[in-house]
Design a protein. Structure first.
Length: 400
């Protein structure tokens, strides 16, 4: 199942595509914003004779199709699929492309929800997995060769350790072994990085994050540029039904139109915050690829447009210091998720990555993750500064 190509997908500029791909005006009234189609079913001209291919809402919906066209145009794919959540997208894609007995090699600092899905849900279905350091291509190749590997799965930048992986090199390792490369591009977004152009076979997004951008809709997406993969994924999406609803698709489309503008601000704010953090005596390490000291800095410069809005910070004061900062901010909100216009702070060990505690994917307890929003950067830094002052004001606290 591949989607019809929109003329707007040929428009070269990213921001122009974001505004116009899949967003042709409504022809009857000329409405510039396409209407939201809530109908669950469609009148047929005769038995089996459909109007523009529309039959039933689980299979097709004009609002969802518009979003999918938009996503494909921005990621450089030929087909995109919009799901009810990022994990629903991952689950459907894995079921479409693997069979019991197959193996997935994934990063050893993957998102906790992805690892939980692969290990605890799909593991019961007979899918094996091996976590490995994706920056070590020899280790990846060895892990791929050791089993019947169907998918090599990477996040770059990774969540939350902010590791950068060479997508083109990893694609070669996967393809040499007859496997497919899946890239979770959530942290970078299509504005900063296009994995399909670097050799990846499948791109995954939690559209809840930067693509939606306003913390008001949950969704996921898969983008490919291979007709066979598209047909398999499209069939499972239709058969299983984990689709995004019309209003969710509309909200995601609305957010996606301003992605480029927002990512510029997210990236600029994060760069300034990371440079400020680097000077703080309370900080043990600043994990941000925009810093020359980051081991993946040069590679990130090569395969990303900017460095994104995500920063992870480790504290010399250990768990107590991290918890104190996480619970002491006011502009940064302590919450799950990321990528919204508002700045969020997360303590991964007990929040987003609690499901990997006790495994090799466990997150250091002295680490907090920052999602820098689009507020005035001076206010973000001032908020962190007052929170840092509380570490000194409360020596010996357990932080619990």
């Amino acid at each position: 199942m591949s989607l019809p190509e929109s003329p707007s997908s040929k428009i070269p500029g990213f921001n122009t595509r974001a505004v116009h791909a899949g967003q042709e005006f409504e022809p009857r009234t000329g409405a510039v914003v396409p209407p939201v189609h809530f109908s669950s079913t469609y009148a047929q001209e005769a038995i089996g004779v459909l109007r523009a291919g529309y039959e039933y809402g689980r299979g097709t919906n004009p609002t969802r199709d518009s979003l999918q066209d938009q996503l494909a145009a921005l990621e450089g794919g030929t087909a995109a699929f919009s799901f009810s959540s990022g994990l629903a997208a991952e689950d459907s894609m894995i079921r479409a492309l693997t069979r019991p007995g197959d193996h997935i090699v994934l990063g050893n600092d993957a998102y906790g929800g992805t690892y939980r899905l692969i290990s605890r849900v799909l593991g019961e279905w007979g899918i094996g997995n091996t976590p490995v350091d994706m920056s070590n291509l020899d280790a990846v190749a060895a892990a791929v060769a050791a089993s019947k590997t169907r998918l090599v799965w990477v996040e770059t930048p990774s969540n939350p350790m902010m590791k950068i992986t060479d997508i083109a090199a990893l694609a070669k390792v996967a393809h040499d072994a007859g496997a497919l490369l899946v890239v979770d591009n959530t942290f970078a977004s299509p504005y900063l990085q296009n994995p399909l152009a670097l050799g990846a076979d499948v791109v995954v997004h939690s559209t809840t994050k930067y693509i939606g951008g306003h913390s008001d809709v949950v969704g996921g997406a898969i983008i490919v540029n291979d007709a066979e993969l598209a047909e398999k994924i499209g069939f499972v999406q239709f058969a299983v039904g984990a689709i995004s609803g019309p209003m969710d698709a509309f909200l995601t489309t609305r957010g996606l139109k301003t992605l480029g503008v927002r990512m510029d601000r997210h990236s600029d704010n994060a760069q300034a915050v990371a440079e400020w953090l680097l000077q703080r005596p309370e900080v043990e390490a600043v994990l941000y690829p925009g810093l020359p000291s980051h081991p993946g800095h040069e590679l990130a410069k090569k395969q990303m447009k900017k460095f994104g809005g995500m920063i992870s910070v480790q504290f010399k004061g250990g768990e107590a210091a991290a918890r104190k900062v996480a619970e002491s901010t006011s502009v940064f909100t302590l919450a799950e998720s990321l990528g919204g216009i508002e700045s969020l702070m997360n303590y991964p060990s007990e929040m987003t990555h609690a499901s990997v505690k006790g495994t090799e994917l466990a997150v250091p307890v002295n680490l907090i993750r920052l999602s820098c929003g689009i507020e005035d950067v001076e206010d973000l830094i001032a908020d962190l500064e007052q929170a840092f002052s509380r570490i000194e004001a409360a020596p010996g606290e357990s932080g619990s």
